[in-house]
Design a protein around this ligand. Structure first.
Ligand code: HEC
Length: 133
């Protein structure tokens, strides 16, 4: 009986460890891609704060644009034209000028993927309030 219990416990431990490693791998892979951990719930208030600190200088108050960068409350940036992935990519890799004449957007290495998720929630809210969907 005892050896069987030992074997079973060993098997269970292995399964648990493998599952845990799988999760760690996924989290690492997501972070490398500049994406938040699975199931992360965005925080709009935090998004507004990070936006003010890291994006407002160019994209303007309430994402209405400045002379350094375009408005994000704009038909170009609604979800079916620029999906959330475009935000994660812009922050991780920067943006080569293509839609406007402001020059390139530099990558924002201080802004983690979770903070980008917060910013997306904030900007999507502004877009919806202005009738951009
Ligand atoms: C130094 C100025 C500057 C800062 C700071 C900046 N951006 Fe940008 N961003 C730009 C410019 C300029 C463009 C437009 C490039 C083009 O399409 O010509 C742009 C484009 C974008 C786009 C569109 C990307 C695409 O695929 O076309 C997104 C999304 C974006 N910015 C999000 C952000 C977020 C989020 C932050 C803050 C974390 C931020 N930006 C900070 C200048 C900036």
């Amino acid at each position: 009986m005892l050896p069987m219990i030992r074997a079973l416990t060993g098997a269970l431990l292995t399964v648990t460890l493998v599952a845990a490693c799988g999760q760690a791998d996924d989290a690492e892979r997501l972070a490398r891609l500049g994406l938040p951990t699975t199931g992360y719930m965005a925080d709009v208030g935090q998004g507004a704060a990070t936006y003010a600190a890291k994006c407002r200088e160019c994209h303007g108050p309430a994402a209405r644009g400045t002379d350094k960068g375009p408005p994000l409350v704009h038909g170009y940036y609604v979800p079916n034209h620029h999906a959330d992935l475009a935000f994660y990519r812009a922050v991780k890799q920067g943006v080569v000028q293509h839609h406007w004449e402001f020059g390139d957007m530099p990558a924002q290495p201080d802004v983690t993927p979770e903070r980008v998720a917060d910013i997306i929630a904030y900007v999507r809210g502004l877009q919806q309030k202005q009738g951009f969907r």
